[in-house]
Design a binder for this molecule. Structure first.
Ligand code: GA4
Length: 313
């Protein structure tokens, strides 16, 4: 059933969905199958019993809200090397805007300068937890796909020179009459995998079909996991990096914390031979480095397609 919704922009169809909820404490072979199926069908899924301690998650949420509650002048002082630091409304370098303020950090140095509070230690503990979760999920994916070396994907983000990020997004309430309500516009995530947590306020929408948006029900005790562009390439498109966006809410603040697991800049991105099958009899993408992909990503707009630049002709 397609329903009209206040979150719908002109001409769009809205169809709420429930993402698969996967209990990581269930029997391993079943978990592997469910994750692979969810990645094929949705590119997104929720996980519970994920092993990230509850107190670390709630401290992260508290520190995040405390940070965004600070005066603008103070937040603006968190200016790190591009693209890191505090930002308000501007996304990337090519004119994209959204009703969002954020803090973008290097996941290997997840701290802010002159931090008198517990912020940096909380962010470090949180990043360590979600990185381990990302690696565990990538290992289950590799095994579920029948890849012999189950660390084939996770070793990129375990590498000392991994290029992973942590992003805190804060979406203040916006009455619909005042704005077009796009918090963070339509895009796919460029990296390998994303581990997202948000408070219990709705806002994430995914697009499983062109012109159709699927609002996702928030589950505050679960992590929402999604396939990034590089995992689409490394599975020879058995998985798809699904486009998504965040819309603002008219009366509640939404805060999300996303860990983007990325490889070292010089990593060569190519699907292992086991991903070449009768259904996909050749490699669909030319091999490239993350450095090449990242440079292209930052030269384009948020919603632009980048993966097609690397398709084999
Ligand atoms: C989308 C996913 C992550 O938030 C991000 C974003 C990055 C940024 O905000 O600096 C990008 C965007 C994201 C993709 C296209 C480029 C780069 C903004 C933008 C316009 C941190 C990332 O890695 O790619």
């Amino acid at each position: 059933m397609v329903v009209a919704s206040p979150n719908s922009m002109l001409g769009e169809k809205i169809l709420p969905i429930d993402l698969p909820m996967i209990d990581l404490s269930s029997e391993k072979s079943m978990v592997m199958k469910l994750i692979v199926k969810a990645c094929e069908e949705y590119g997104f899924f929720n996980v519970i019993n994920h092993g990230v301690p509850h107190d670390i998650i709630s401290k992260m949420e508290k520190e995040g809200f405390d940070f965004f509650a600070k005066p603008m002048e103070e937040k603006k002082l968190v200016a790190l090397d591009n693209p890191f630091g505090y930002g308000c409304k501007n996304i990337g370098f090519n004119g994209d805007m959204g009703e969002v303020e954020y803090l973008l950090l290097n996941a290997n140095v997840p701290s802010i300068p002159n931090d008198p509070s517990n912020f940096s230690s909380t962010v470090s503990a949180y990043t360590k937890g979600v990185k381990e979760l990302a690696c565990k999920i990538l290992e289950l994916i590799a095994e579920g796909l029948g890849v012999h070396d189950t660390s084939i994907f996770s070793r990129f983000i375990r590498h000392v020179h991994n290029d992973s990020l942590l992003r805190l997004n804060h979406y203040p309430p916006i009455p619909p009459i005042l704005s077009n309500r796009v918090g963070f516009g339509e895009h796919s995530d460029p990296q390998i995998i994303t581990i997202l947590r948000s408070n219990d306020v709705a806002g994430l929408q995914i697009s499983l079909q062109d012109g159709m948006w699927n609002p996702v029900t928030p589950h505050p005790s679960a992590f929402c996991v999604n396939v990034g562009d590089l995992l689409q390439v490394m599975t020879n498109e058995r998985f798809v990096s699904v486009r998504h966006r965040a819309v603002t809410n008219s009366n509640k603040c939404r805060m999300s914390v996303a860990y983007f697991g990325g490889p070292p800049l010089n990593a060569c991105i190519v699907a292992p031979s086991v991903m070449v099958t009768p259904n996909r009899p050749s490699l669909l993408f030319k091999p490239f480095t993350w450095d090449e992909y990242k440079k292209l990503t930052y030269s384009l707009r948020l919603g632009d397609n980048r993966i097609d630049f690397f398709r084999q002709l």
